[in-house]
Design a protein around this ligand. Structure first.
Ligand code: NDP
Length: 295
């Protein structure tokens, strides 16, 4: 079997076009959805993500602002920036780009964001809403994008066994919470694996849908995959490659070619989960702006 490639770039673009249509409708009633992205420091990968988020916002007709704080900024300065954005009516959604410098308390910072503007969905109020199945939750963009990709690609989650590798608050845990909810893209039986899981291959081979989010280049090999499984690769890893101009290449957490040879569907890296994440961030910002319309 050669896997069908799940084209996140095309699916993400389709979602962004849908968002742009709704943004235009809001413009007609005088609301321009606004997203603020706060970046502390100079992390090169974060700079790239922040730039593409801003660009995507503008392409969808939204207002976008990036606030860059120097590496030397204090936590109090960051909290004061969040307070200002919480009070700014032109900003409907905001996010603080992670990871933050180690000296900062990420939990404290994320809790400072007004839950109604928390488009990353990391505030405990939104986490709680997600767990309890409250549809007003902001769903973290990466797992939300993966769920949309499954739905829009006609991959049945209802009754499927989804095996997730990784239990981060950003990907693994919210992914599990989305897949166990009732409704489209839900009703799955979910197993969450992590670095302490025993005999990982025996668990991963049970997955009808395998979602890999650990941050280790080409970790998932073909012997860990049941033939015919759907494989979603969340990882973005830089691997040294002297033949490339930049000196590195990007690869996922899945050993792509051998796994694609036995899976029924697979996401590439790049061009899989990444573009879906950005599309869902825009969708969440639209959702935040629509809240103000209802006020
Ligand atoms: P974290 O480092 O926060 O979490 C990694 C998880 O993987 C942990 O739960 C860890 O287990 C688990 N893990 C690590 N090694 C193993 C192992 N050998 N066996 C089993 N489990 C293991 O990473 P994130 O969730 O933030 O990100 C994961 C990857 O996804 C990264 O490459 C990141 O760049 C990428 N990413 C991509 C996004 C996109 O838009 N495409 C968005 C967000 C992330 P334990 O908890 O026990 O330590």
């Amino acid at each position: 079997m050669t896997a069908r490639i799940l084209d996140g770039k095309a699916l993400g673009l389709a979602i962004r076009e849908e968002v742009a249509v709704d943004v235009a409708k809001l413009a007609a009633v005088g609301i321009k959805p606004g997203l603020a992205v706060v970046l502390v420091g100079e992390d090169p990968a974060s700079q790239v993500y922040v730039r593409s988020k801003g660009r995507a916002c503008e392409e969808a007709g939204m207002y976008s602002v990036t606030i860059r704080l120097p590496d030397t900024a204090t936590q109090d300065e960051l909290l004061a920036t969040i307070d200002k954005l919480n009070a700014d009516p032109a900003i409907h959604g905001m996010l603080v780009q992670l990871p933050l410098p180690k000296r900062m308390d990420s939990d404290k910072v994320l809790r400072r964001i007004n839950p109604l503007k928390d488009v990353d969905g990391f505030h405990p109020e939104n986490v709680g809403k997600l767990v309890t199945g409250d549809p007003t939750a902001f769903r973290p963009a990466t797992p939300y994008g993966i769920q949309q990709m499954l739905i829009r690609s006609g991959i049945e989650t209802n009754g499927a066994h989804a095996v997730i590798i990784g239990r981060s608050n950003i990907v693994g845990k919210p992914m599990a919470n989305l897949l166990i909810q009732q409704g489209p893209g839900g009703n799955a039986t979910v197993t969450v694996c992590h670095s302490r899981s025993k005999d990982l291959p025996s668990l991963t081979r049970q997955g009808d849908i395998l979602i890999v989010a650990i941050g280790r280049a080409e970790f998932l090999t073909a012997d860990m995959v049941r033939p015919g499984a759907v494989v979603i690769d969340v990882g973005i890893n830089r691997v040294e490659d002297a033949t490339r101009e930049k000196g590195y290449r990007l690869c996922g957490d899945v050993e792509y070619e051998p796994v694609a040879a036995i899976a029924s569907a697979i996401t590439p890296v790049p061009g899989g989960v990444g573009p879906m994440t950005i599309a869902m961030l825009l969708k969440n910002t639209l959702q935040a702006a629509e809240l103000t319309r209802a006020e």
